[in-house]
Each structure stands twice: as C-alpha cells, then as structure tokens.
Design a protein around this ligand. Sequence first.
Ligand SMILES: Nc1nc2c(ncn2[C@@H]2O[C@H](COP(=O)(O)OP(=O)(O)OP(=O)(O)O)[C@@H](O)[C@H]2O)c(=O)[nH]1
Ligand SMILES: [Mg+2]
Length: 845
Amino acid sequence: MSLPVVQPMPAPANCSRIFSKELKPHDTEPASSPASVRTFDRSSNAGSGDGKTTVSPNSVIAFEDGPARRNDAGDFSSEEHSHELSNLHGVKESSDFNDSNWAFTDSLLSLDYESSRDSSAKNADFNNECKSVCDVKGAPIVTLNVNNLVNVDGDGNGNDNEALVEEFPVTKRNKGLCYRCFKGSRFKEKEVCLVCSAKYCGNCVLEAMGSMPEGRKCVDCIGYPIDESKRESLGKCSRMLRRLLNELEIRQIMKAERFCEVNQLPPEYICVNGKPLSFEELVTLQNCAAPPKKLKPGSYWYDKVSGLWGEEGQKPCRIISPHLNVGGPIKPDASNGNTQVYINGREITKVELRMLQLAGVQCAGNPHFWVNEDGSYQEEGQKNTRGNIWGKSGTKLVSALLSLPVPSKCSILCGERTSSPVSKRLPDYLEHGIVQRLLLVGYGGSGTSTIFKQAKILYKDTPFSKDERESIKLTIQTNVYSYIGLLLEGRERFEEESLLNIKKSRPDVLDSTGTSSNNKTIYSIGTRLKAFSDWLLRTMASGKLDAIFPAATREYAPLIEEMWGNAAIQATYKRRREIEMLPSVASYFLERVVEILRADYEPSDLDILYAEGVTSSNGLACVEFSFPPSAPEETVDTMGLHDSFVRYQLITAHARGIGENCKWLEMLEDVGMVIFCVALNDYDQFSTEGKGCITNKMLASRKIFETIVTHPTFEQMDFLLILNKLDQFEEKIKQVPLTRCEWFDDFHPVISRQCSSNNKNGSSNNSSLAQLASHHIAVKFKRLYSSITGRKLYVSLVKGLEPDSVDAALKYAREILKWNQERPNFSLSDNSMYSTEDSSFSFTC
Ligand SMILES: Nc1nc2c(ncn2[C@@H]2O[C@H](COP(=O)(O)OP(=O)(O)OP(=O)(O)O)[C@@H](O)[C@H]2O)c(=O)[nH]1
Ligand SMILES: [Mg+2]
C-alpha cells in the first residue's frame, strides 16, 4: 500500500501565466531561491527549449543553455534592475561571465544527493552557504561556497571547474526583506517556502511560487522534500494566500501540499525503539486502527504488547494499536524511567508509578509486570493475572489528569497485526477511538462551572453520585448561610443609613422612610435575631462557616424560618440589588431558604446547576460522556450511531490558575479544542486584579483569552468562543450602553425607525439590539484571534442556565471537531465555507 499520491494538478487559471514563465530557468528571478542548488543540464527535458522544466528531486535543476532572457513581463532583467541587484549583493558587474561560465552541464557541477530525503537537510545548510543566483547584465551570477557544498565532478577536488565557479562574498540579507523584490520589513506579512524558507511578500509570492503543484514552494524547490520543522503547517493556508487566490485554487494547492508524494514524511525520519522505519513499517504504523497522532520526525519507543507509545526518554503519550511489526525491540531505558518497576521490559517513569499506585496495583519489591493491551497484568514468570489497571473506576480520570494516555476502544478491540487499507478507513475520530478532549476555560464567573454541570446533567445517566449530592448539599447550605450573612450585613447598613436620616431630620416624628421616634427603622430586628445575626457575621468573618455544618441545619432551622418571615429582612431583600456582594443567583436559593436549610433537604439537578462552588475551584475537573442520539432518525443514520460511541472529555480549570501560572496548560497538549467562555454581561463590570488595580471584566477576559491563544500548547488548536449569559445581557443592554467598555467604544448601532417605533409601542426590540451588540463583541474577539493566529474563531451565543442552549453549543464543538477530522484535506474549504464573520456564529439560545 502506498501513501496517497496526488498528481501535480493543472495550474489554476490565474496562475498558469506565472507557471509557464517561471519554469524557464533564465526567467528565474534573481535570488528567487537562496537555497536552491543548480545543476544546469543541457541534456535534460528542461533544456529542450520547450520552456517547461521538470525538476526531479535528485537532479537538480535543469537549465537551458544560452543567455538569460527577459521574462514575459520584461521586468526581471532590465539593466537597471540588474544593476540594482548587483549593488545589493555587493557584486561587481562582471564581464567575465558569459554563457559558458554559467551554463554548466551536469557533469561539470552536480549536487550529489544521497537521496531526495537528504536534500532538505542539505538545503538548510545551503541557506547559509549558497546565496543567490543572480542575473547581472543578462548573466546569472552563482554565489556558492563550492568547497562545502558542491561535489564537483572530475577528480573530486573541483580543480577542473575552478574557472567556472566563482565565489562571491556572502550577502548579508536583511531578514525582513522579501527574497524576490528585496522590499518590505520584518513586520510585513510573508509567505515562506516549505523547503528553503525563502520569504516572499504579497506582490512576489505568486511569481516566486507559481501554481504550487506541491504547495508553497519556490518553483526551484519543487520536487524537494519539505523542511521537517514545517510539517505542522502543511495544508494550513495563510491569510496572504487567501487574499490572493480564490477558494478553489487554495483548496487544490493545500490538498497537493498535504498529499503529494514528495511532501510525505520520510520513513527513516521515524526511529522506533532505536531502529529507523522502512516505508512498509511507516505505512503499517500510520494505517493501524489507533495510530500515533500527529507523527513527527523523531525517536520513539513502542511497547508492542501493551501498545504504549512515547517519545524516546519520555513517559508514554499514547496507547496505539499493539502487536504492530514496526521498529526494534523495546529497551529497558526507553522512557528514561528510574523507578525499578518494569512494564513489558521497560523501566517505568515516576508518573506512571504514581498512576499504578492510584489504580491499586501493588508495586512494592520492584516488580516486573507484563501488561496486555486490555490493561490486564501479571508479574513476570507467573501465570495468574493479578488484575486490570483500567478495572478500577477513576483510573482513566487519574491518568488523564496526570497527562498519561488512556486506552481507546480501538486500541483495545482492534489490536491488529496487519494494516487496514486506507480506503476502508473511518474518519480519524472514529477509527482511533480516541477520547476527544475539550478544554473549557474562562475568566472567573463567566459560567464555566455551569456549562460543565450542564454537560453532566445532559449526558450522564447519573450526573452526580450519592456522595457527590451529599457534599453538594453542604455546599449549597453553606452558600445560603453566606447569602443570609450578606443580607444581614446589608440590613445593618440600611438601618444605619435610616438612623442617620432620622438624626438629620426630625427625630421624634415618624417619617416616610419608616423611622420612628424610638430609633427603630423598618430595617430593625429584635434581640434574638440580632444575636443570631451577630454570631453569623462573626463566624463568616473568621472564615469558619463550613465548621457549623451539619449542626446548623438542625439547630438553626427554626431561627432561619423566623428570620425569613421578618419584615426587616424582607425590606432588606427588596433592596438586594444594592448589596453588591450578593450574587443574582442568591434569590433562587433565598426564596426557598427554609426548605434548603432543613436537615432533610435533597438538592435537585437545577439546584446543583445554580449552586456556586460545586465544581472544584482550584484544580481541574473532568467529565467524560458521549452525545446520545437526539432524534430517532439519527440512530438509523450511521454517523448518528457512531456519534454515540465517540467519547468526549470536558475538562474545566479555574481561570485563577491561568492568570498566575500556565504550567498545567502544558499537560493538556492533546486536547482537541479549547472552549473559551466569556460572560457577555461583564462589559460594565469591574474587578480588582493583582496589584489592586480595578479592571473592566471584559478586558480581563480578553487578557486571559490572549494568554491562552498565544500559549504554545494551543498553537494549532481550534477555539470555540462561548459568549455566555445572553439572558442577562439582553436585559442589561437596555439600560447600559455597550460603549461602557472601552474596547467597544466604536459600537454605534443603527436602529431602524421601525425598530424604534416598536420600542415605543412597548414591543421589545432588545433582542435585535442585543444581537447587534453580541455580534459586535464576537467580531472583536474574532479579529483579535485571527490577528494572532491567522485562523478563524468559532463563536456560539449561549444561555448557560438553559440546557438546550448548552447542548447546542457542545454539539457545535463536536461538529467543528468532526469537520477537521473528516476532511483533513479540506481544511481550507472549512475556512472558506465558514469564513464570513457572520456565518460562523452559532445562535444556540
Ligand atoms: N443568568 C445567567 N446566569 C448564569 C449563566 N451562566 C452562569 N450563570 C450564573 O453565573 C454565576 C457564575 O457561574 P459559574 O458557572 O459558577 O462561573 P465560573 O466561570 O465557574 O466562575 P468561577 O468558578 O467563580 O470562576 C453562577 O451563579 C451561575 O448560576 C447564564 O447564562 N445566565
Ligand atoms: Mg467555577
């Protein structure tokens, strides 16, 4: 079986002009490819005068004989230009160069590549050595360091050709300049050749790269393998190309870039257990049921029995299909372990030992284990299976949190010994059986915990265990006591204000604010309640609120009932919006305070959803689920069936950790997507950040967003922006202009007359104002994201407290993952399909 090969495609319509011109070597722009190594071959096809050149990897370059010609546009080799170039290169115009000087034949000057694979490495060196092929007064100047790079034919010492090869001083090229027109600066966008790293500005890129039959390569680099450090960017189109070419052209170019033969990973660049792979081995590895993800050149270890796979000297990073006939035998120090505990002949790392201990595996006495692909294990030399690593519930979660791989269905069930034909392969996300990991983060209070809990309630049969419910109950009751405390604090303030008013006015007269001559106000309470209030406020201040449970629920239940029925408390509750610290969700609980603070209270799912502090606020929390088929017809449809097999892990982490220390982000390098949550209604909110400076919450949210987007772990990852709390936003936008946040000071919506008359008539047009405003916010984030990454940001508007809204947003995330997995060769078309700023919205409310 061979890797997919795409024949060089016909030049796209608007490129053909460039293509036919470029492949005439004499028309080649001076210095168009600094890394190019040229052997001029009279006998090759290229020199046959038909103007077309085929460049084979091993050869080399085939140039026509004869003096340099002007190109079709006549803009390359004008005397003026040549002069300018020669000055630029510090090269004297030389009459020594005539046809014979540069029209070398293969036998005179050839680069003897061991294999085409070496060429890119050589090219890298060559970048430093071989500077340019210049056209001076019609004659190209070859500036080469012959000694290092060119194996001159003949006696091998190059003497035969000394007369022909001139060495010129190396030009120190300003890195920011375009390699073709020598204009621009390092800040100007450029397209980079995948082979030689030459950079071209928007004016030159199409001239320099032609129709790109193998993707973004200088025409001179066609036929050469890519620079391996650029493999990740294969098929990922730049903004520049998107501006210059149409959708179809881009799609073709990117497809060719990903799949043309010469751009495929060279098998010998992958070393498994110390042995470079053969072509067949690489095919086996890439086409097994659970292959290593995003395979890059490097040295790896592979435990064929368990399927564990990792980079040499590192802990395992994946469980791939076991029993594959690739690489050599595993070495004991493959992962550089130092625990004296062995799995299948490999000394394991500390983090693996920790995982084994948490999984209940007895590791005392430096045991040597045999671990099978299904996780069952036995000690070396013994017949009986001692247990299964994955048998204990929670082991997978622990593994995931320790950034260790967990087995996928495919890696266990499809432990195959042969490779399956490419044509029969399912999309990656099904074939691999990999659990798709979604990281959910956001600024504090943006609603991440709510979405996380919604996912549990929506997709888990038992969202919360009995123990969890018991602990959530205590959390809710503690929260409610703290809400009461805030209310009582507010009551004291309101009472003091009222008394002050009495002193200012006539103290002996009952006034309209409810104050009376005996210094009582409508906010005053009796001694019993006052004592309770003082005690509660003291307990809260000392931070010991937790300690009063569960006794408080028994002892104070009657007092709570009395308090809630008290007129002063009710008067305070009416003014709850003036109590800044009291969250809006408090009303939901306070209105059922008596029921909730009873000992026999059992929280409902909705209570849990609304409750603050249920999800761990310090570390990571993770829920694993699959989407149930939602419609009956989906179960008939195979994709629907498959969907219900795919597992997803939603991992959430507190924003505090992000701001202070991004270390844990690195643990999450294999998440498939980042879901970033922003509370829409934060635009007029402020919080005190680090050194006591007051910051607008939307701007604080933007800062964290930037931190995560620019974090190396998430460089290539898709981002879904959840604009949350749309319900509150719709209400707020009626009262508070969006321009309250300086980032949105350019928001000046034009509301049509009809809309404003609707408003006057009382019919609500706030949804459209809210839509315009939320759209404006989304566009701001999208622009920010694309200015950083050059990619598109997906956006979803959400009402976090509504299950359907969260369900739709998470399904949107699933779709995005699917698009990317199913159509790798259409990564651009994805962009083009959803590239307009409006169309990539998901209104999921
Ligand atoms: N009205 C409304 N309230 C929401 C929405 N989403 C979340 N909330 C409430 O907003 C508050 C904060 O939500 P959380 O989910 O705790 O936010 P978080 O991002 O986890 O916050 P921290 O853990 O404090 O960082 C809670 O009281 C939620 O009930 C929403 O869409 N609409
Ligand atoms: Mg939270």
